[in-house]
Design a protein around this ligand. Sequence first.
Ligand code: ADP
Ligand code: TRP
Length: 321
Amino acid sequence: MRVLSAIQASGRLHIGNYFGAIAQMLKYQDSGDLHVFIADYHALTTIKDAKELKQNTIDLACSYLSLGIDPNKSTFWVQSDVKEVLELYWILSSFTPMGLLERAHSYKDKVAKGISTNHALFSYPVLMAADILLYDTNIVPVGKDQIQHVEMTRDIAIKFNNLLGDTFVLPEFKIDDKVAVVPGIDGAKMSKSYKNTIDIFSSFKELKKQIGKIVTDSTPMDEPKDYNSCNIFKIAKLFLNEDELNELKRRYKTPGEGYGHFKAYLTDVIWEFFSKAREKREYYINHQDEVLKILDNGAKKAKKLAQKKMSIIREAVGIYR
Ligand code: ADP
Ligand code: TRP
């Protein structure tokens, strides 16, 4: 059972990325054939600064490794190290109806928000389909916002298979219902582009500042508070076990504490939750040669699979050699 996922190299990791994507990947690491890569070509749709893209790529590699991706159990590489994916992207483009791409929510959202678009942003799902189909992927663990992209991948694969014979494995998405959408500090979906994130690897001071901005109502200290509608509680829920959660509920119901207290508690909880990962990350940041070696090895393994698959695909479409 091949499991594949990726994260764009477009900025710092936030807790939405962790619970929506990374935690799920880790679940597969011991049981499945996990393939994970850093999507730097995809990040190019939004980042137009060479230094920033390179820095993000290596930073993300350090972060992934420190959060638990184990190169001995998984194949871990950078998307652009396997150029075959761009060849497949072009081939799949010829099997992708314009209407399919025009229906993509993420593209339509960007247009609606007035973000200046480009062709790569429009054809983004085709490159993602290439990422998935190149490696005969069975399962793609992602957050809710990526479901449509995996469905589009299936549509493209079905179209290809119908026209040219059974070539591609049809992938399935996998989401964790409990954390399908992690809310941001304003209660909307946490996302880099909404600037409402709580970052995993910020300093304690930054973490405190981000959590300090969580939007709450104005119930005074001496009144009981409704935890169900509270953004602090919704985020805290992700990190706490049942006993800790019950204790927090009790504190909400008991007059005497304000949202400031709950924010301070959440800051400590999150700081502690990622403390081991923070230490490991420090190590990798200071041993980048080691990180590059891990990525080289991963790329070699991924390239082997990609080359084998590409020769089957070239044969199927009639690319002459
Ligand atoms: P962003 O929206 O911040 O740009 P990405 O699009 O890079 O995040 O998402 C990377 C991965 O993390 C995807 O699998 C996505 O579904 C998941 N993810 C991102 N934000 C959230 C969230 N708020 N809740 C759950 N999963 C998320
Ligand atoms: N589009 C994904 C995201 O924004 C990243 C991604 C690129 C991906 N290629 C992929 C995810 C292939 C899963 C499989 O998060």
